[in-house]
Design a protein around this ligand. Structure first.
Ligand code: NDP
Ligand code: MG
Length: 382
C-alpha cells in the first residue's frame, strides 16, 4: 500500500486525486494533505480520508483547521515551512505535487532530498529549476512520474523502450478557447472567455495559461527535463479534440501515441499505480463519438509564448525561471483585470529582456531570479 502525500489537495488536481483514491482504495492511503486558503475543504477532506497530518499554508486559517479537527488523531500544522517538513516524513512513499506555481518548488526539493517518489503535476518546478531538480533526482535516486497529461502520455509510450533513441516528441495542444482567433480579436477577449476551456476543467492559473498557450510553452520546457531532450526534438501540434495526449517518434520513424478521454483522473491513477496498470472504472473512449481526430499547426505569430519557450531553452541558465515568474505575474494581473489578454505576452517578453541573466544558476540564484523577475513584471504593469 503506497502512503501518499497530496500537496494542494483542495485544487483541481488535488480533489481529482482524492476521487481516484476513493474510487480505488488499493492505490494507497492518504498520509498528508495540504491547502493554502480553502480551510473548509481541507477540514472536510481530513475528516473523510483520516491522514496522519494536514498543513494549511496560510497561517490565518490555522486555528479554524486545528479546532475543527481537535476530536480526531490528525496533526495540524500551518505555514509553508510546515509543508516542507511534513513532506519528508518517513510515513510517506509518494508525493503528488499539485500546488500551483512557484510555491511547489521548495516542497518538491525537500521531497526529493528525502527520497520520495514524485508524481509531478506542478510543472513550474521543472520550468524554474529543471537542471537542479534533474541532478537532485539522480543524486537521491528519485523517480519523477509525470501527471501532466502530455508528459504522462510520453512516459507511457516510453515504457519498454529502455534507451531506444527518441527522434522527437509531439506535445498535443487543444489550442484552448482562442484557437483560430486573430490578434485583433484577441485584443477584445475577456477573462470569462479565457476561463472557458473547451476540453478540460482545471484551476484558474493553468486555464489562463492554456488560453495564452503559455501552458504549452511551460510543457515544452517540462518535457526537455523529464525526457532529456534538445529543443529541436520537441514539437507542438494542435489537436482540438484532446484525445491523443502526445506522441513519441523513434529513430526508425515509428510513432507511438497515447490516447484516452480528456480526464486527469487517468494520468493521476497511472502515477499512483505505476509500474502496474490497475483496473479502473473511469469512462471508456468511444470511437464513434469522435469520428474525426484533427491536427493543425499552432499559430506561433499570434501566440508568442511557444517561441518564448524555445528562446529560453536556447539561452539556458535562469531564462525559464524568469519566464515562469513573469508569467505568474501576468496571469494574476489578467485574472485581476489589471491587464488585457495580449499584454500577457508583452509583459513576459519585457521581463525576459530586462531581468539579469545567469548562465549557471545555483538554487539560491533561482529564488533571487524569481523575485527580481516578479518585481520587473509588476513595475511594467504600473
Ligand atoms: P488549482 O488552482 O486548482 O489548485 C492549486 C492548489 O494549490 C490548491 O490546493 C491551493 O490551495 C494550493 N495553493 C495555492 N497557492 C498556494 C501557495 N502559495 N502555497 C501552497 N499551496 C498553494 O490548480 P490545479 O490543480 O489546476 O493545478 C495544480 C498544478 O498542477 C499546477 O502546477 C498545474 O500547472 C498542474 N496541472 C494541472 C492540471 C489540471 O488539469 N488542473 C493539468 C496538468 C498540470 P487552496 O485552494 O486551499 O488555496
Ligand atoms: Mg498538460
Amino acid at each position: 500500500m503506497k502512503r501518499i502525500a497530496i500537496l494542494g489537495s483542495t485544487g483541481s488536481i488535488g480533489t481529482q486525486a482524492l476521487e481516484v483514491i476513493e474510487a480505488h482504495p488499493e492505490n494507497g492511503v492518504v498520509e498528508l494533505l495540504t491547502a493554502h486558503n480553502n480551510a473548509n475543504l481541507l477540514i472536510e477532506q481530513a475528516i473523510k480520508f483520516s491522514p496522519n497530518s494536514v498543513v494549511i499554508s496560510n497561517e490565518d486559517h490555522y486555528l479554524k483547521v486545528k479546532d475543527s479537527l481537535a476530536h480526531l488523531p490528525i496533526k495540524v500544522y500551518a505555514g509553508a515551512d510546515a509543508i516542507v517538513q511534513c513532506v519528508c516524513s518517513d510515513e510517506i512513499d509518494l508525493v503528488l505535487t499539485a500546488q500551483v506555481g512557484f510555491s511547489g518548488l521548495r516542497p518538491t526539493i525537500a521531497a526529493i532530498q528525502a527520497g520520495k517518489t514524485i508524481a509531478l503535476a506542478n510543472k513550474e518546478t521543472l520550468v524554474v529549476a529543471g537542471d537542479y531538480i534533474s541532478s537532485l533526482c539522480l543524486k537521491h535516486n528519485v523517480k519523477i512520474i509525470p501527471v501532466d497529461s502530455e508528459h504522462s502520455a510520453i512516459f507511457q509510450c516510453l515504457v519498454g523502450e529502455y534507451s531506444n533513441p527518441i527522434e522527437k516528441i509531439y506535445l498535443t495542444a487543444s489550442g484552448g478557447p482562442f484557437r483560430g482567433k486573430t490578434k485583433s480579436e484577441l485584443a477584445l477577449v475577456t477573462k470569462a472567455q479565457a476561463l472557458k476551456h473547451p476540453n478540460w476543467t482545471m484551476g484558474a492559473k493553468i486555464t489562463i495559461d492554456s488560453a495564452s498557450l503559455m501552458n504549452k510553452a511551460l510543457e515544452i520546457i517540462e518535457a526537455k527535463w523529464l525526457f532529456g531532450l534538445e529543443a529541436n526534438q520537441i514539437d507542438v501540434i494542435v489537436h482540438p479534440q484532446s484525445i491523443i495526449h502526445s506522441i513519441v517518434q523513434f529513430n526508425d520513424g515509428s510513432m507511438k501515441a497515447q490516447m484516452g478521454l480528456p480526464d486527469m483522473k487517468l494520468p493521476i491513477h497511472y502515477a499512483f499505480t505505476y509500474p502496474e496498470r490497475i483496473s479502473s472504472s473511469f469512462p471508456r473512449f468511444d470511437f464513434l463519438k469522435f469520428p474525426q481526430l484533427s491536427f493543425e499547426t499552432p499559430d506561433k505569430q499570434t501566440f508568442r509564448s511557444l517561441e518564448m519557450a524555445y528562446y529560453c531553452l536556447q539561452e539556458g541558465g535562469n531564462m525559464a525561471c524568469i519566464l515562469n515568474a513573469a508569467n505568474e505575474v501576468a496571469n494574476a494581473a489578467f485574472l485581476n483585470d489589471k491587464i488585457k489578454f495580449l499584454q500577457i505576452f508583452d509583459l513576459v517578453e519585457g521581463t525576459l529582456e530586462r531581468a539579469t541573466f545567469i548562465a549557471k544558476p545555483t538554487i539560491n540564484n533561482y529564488y533571487e531570479s524569481d523575485a527580481e523577475a516578479r518585481e520587473i513584471a509588476n513595475n511594467l504593469i504600473k
